[in-house]
Design a binder for this molecule. Structure first.
Ligand code: UGA
Length: 442
């Protein structure tokens, strides 16, 4: 099929590269032409495993091309995907202005029948609004074109997005007609080997399903974090407790890792938007608001534990931080707990020395503070520091050289915000250990 994808963020680019791999002819469109030039030169705008290779393959096979022109890019496309950013507006709503502007332009320029598929996460009812824009503009143009809007939310997690696309747990298709549903089913057939993963539904259910999934995930993280905080107060070990939770098939074994709270570009933003949508309809969203409150508390708990160890006056302290990205295998630092902690430490007068395998560069762009040093080496970041805080569970932090760490640190304490280590393991090297959800102080 001939496809166009508007927006080359991580959703757009992953979708494009994977659909090209399946044999489709895909044109990526973005109004940021310098970004397109970098992609064409092999420099992807973000870190995502497997993607550079897939993009190169698609380009080499002539199935993946890039253009800055919307008109040129959508020519002859039977399906146009919209994967345009919908950032949080000041009131928590998803800002759909770019999406609406793009659809207005399409309604003025399209000269062939096609399906316009919304991949962006947008408030429930957005597809109806977009369909109405097409209806009124096409009527005004006096054309008899048939342009239908469908919803196909994405469930890609950063760091495993290519895998998630190629082997999806589910493919959600929201449509208003059987014809649109059939087109999308056909497009996704190569990714639905057993034919059981495609879930077809009405537009609004598909739109809401995306918010519901991220709300459930955020709630799960906050639930496990709250249980961990209570466990710590009661002398119970959350890891042991989790091993019990995991064996209950109704609870399931994944997404049970206590930590510093969820971050990233999706869970926090989508939860805010869902709360806003609920409240606009006089639904109190009591539980969802609590999920946010628990999440906000997590970094504060970690900061308090550090202060309890080093003392109230952080002015004389230097704290090392391992991990800046909101999760491993990405350089995304949007709403990353690391940045909130670093800001708290800097505001309290501490010096911070941080290291991340790929996210130093984006942090350098957003924090300009002489008290923050970004190191290219994990151990150099620890040199002379009064404690190490491990915030992102990159593989390279899982089994560090503990004796080297002991020599580097001025004071031997590790604040393990992802529960990567066992207390006895660190004690053997004379390192004090603070874990999430385990009794005792560092
Ligand atoms: C999330 C969803 O997992 C995807 O299904 C969805 O498509 C995506 O949002 C999106 O809406 O685009 P992502 O934000 O990339 O994906 O990352 P997750 O792996 O879900 O992690 C989110 C946050 O929860 C991270 O900060 C992570 O550290 C935290 N988390 C996750 C925990 O603290 N504990 C866990 O057990 C799992």
């Amino acid at each position: 099929m001939k496809l166009a994808i508007v927006g080359t963020g991580y959703v757009g680019l992953v979708t494009a590269a994977c659909l090209a791999k399946a044999g489709n002819e895909v044109t990526c469109i973005d109004n940021n032409v310098s970004k397109l030039a970098r992609i064409a030169a092999g420099q992807l705008p973000f870190h995502e495993p497997q993607l550079p290779c897939l993009v190169n393959e698609g380009r080499a096979a002539g199935r993946l091309r890039f253009t800055g022109s919307l008109r040129d890019g959508v020519q002859d496309a039977s399906i146009i995907f919209l994967s345009i950013g919908t950032p949080s507006a000041a009131d928590g709503c998803a800002d759909t202005s770019s999406l609406l502007a793009c659809v207005s332009s399409l309604a003025e320029m399209l000269d062939h029948d096609c399906l316009v598929v919304v991949k962006s996460t947008a408030p429930v009812g957005t597809c109806d609004t977009l369909q109405e824009i097409f209806r009124s503009k096409l009527r005004a143009r006096g054309t008899g074109l048939h342009i239908e809007v469908a919803c196909n939310p994405e469930f890609l997690a950063e760091g495993s997005a290519v895998h998630d696309f190629l082997e999806p747990a589910r493919i959600v298709i929201g449509t208003a007609s059987a014809q649109a549903r059939a087109m999308l089913r056909q497009l996704y057939t190569p990714f639905d080997a057993d034919g059981k993963r495609t879930l077809a539904m009405e537009l609004r259910s598909a739109e809401f399903a995306k918010y519901a999934c991220n709300a459930m995930l955020a709630a799960r993280v906050s639930m496990v974090n709250e249980l961990a905080a209570i466990a710590a107060q009661m002398g119970a070990d959350m890891d042991a407790v989790s091993s019990v939770l995991r064996t209950d098939p109704r609870i399931g074994g994944r997404y049970l890792q206590p930590g510093v709270g969820y971050g990233g570009s999706c869970l926090p933003k989508d939860l805010r938007a869902l709360i806003r949508m609920a409240q606009d309809r006089q639904e109190p969203a009591t539980l969802l608001r609590s999920v946010e409150l628990v999440n906000q508390r997590q970094v504060r708990l970690l900061f308090d534990a550090i202060r309890q160890y080093v003392g109230d006056d952080l002015g004389h302290c230097r704290i090392a931080v391992w991990g800046l990205a909101f999760k491993p295998d990405t350089d995304d630092i949007r709403e990353a707990p690391s940045l909130i902690l670093i800001r708290m430490l800097l505001d309290a007068g501490a010096q911070v020395s941080a290291y991340d395998p790929v996210a130093n560069k984006p942090v350098r762009r957003v924090i300009h503070d002489a008290a923050l040093n970004l190191s290219d080496d994990a151990y150099a970041a620890c040199d002379g520091s009064d404690a190490l805080v491990v915030i992102t569970e990159w593989d390279e932090f899982r089994s560090p050289d503990f004796s080297r760490l002991t020599r580097c640190l001025a004071s031997p304490a590790v604040f393990d915000a992802r529960n990567l280590y066992r207390r006895e393991q660190l004690a053997a090297f004379g390192l004090r250990h603070y874990r999430i959800g385990q009794a005792g102080k560092a």
